[in-house]
Design a protein around this ligand. Structure first.
Ligand SMILES: [Zn+2]
Length: 124
């Protein structure tokens, strides 16, 4: 279980400077947990939850790879609260990312290691 920080102001300041909020992202910075495959996604999006080792922030990651197409790999990444992370399923993850206020997207499809985007992710 992830602990919730008591000092909200301090956390906000820390968040701004943490590597997990600045692309490109390194998988070694996170403790990653596999959530599963989204059954509603025709491209079988894979969902995982990344816990930042530095600031305890939680990131939902939705990864799509179209077999047979080169440079089709893409991912969407949005911050979630511990409450949202509790009992998360691939379907709920997709809903959260679609309704997000902002998110990161990246991958070979976008030729990017991470771009910050306003609004929800257009997953499929
Ligand atoms: Zn962090």
């Amino acid at each position: 279980m992830v602990s919730v920080h008591a000092h909200a102001e301090g956390v906000r300041y820390l968040d701004m400077s943490c590597r997990c909020s600045e692309p490109p992202f390194y998988y070694k910075d996170y403790e990653s947990k596999d959530i599963g495959v989204d059954p509603n996604d025709p491209k079988f999006g894979e969902v995982s939850m990344d816990l930042c080792r530095s600031c305890d922030k939680l990131w939902l990651k939705y990864h799509i790879e179209w077999d047979g197409y080169s440079r089709s790999g893409r991912w969407y990444r949005g911050e979630v609260t511990p409450e949202q992370a509790e009992g998360i399923t691939p379907q709920k993850a997709a809903e959260l990312l679609k309704m997000a206020e902002w998110h990161f997207k990246g991958g070979s499809y976008y030729k990017s290691g991470g771009i910050r985007v306003q609004g929800g992710a257009s997953l499929f």
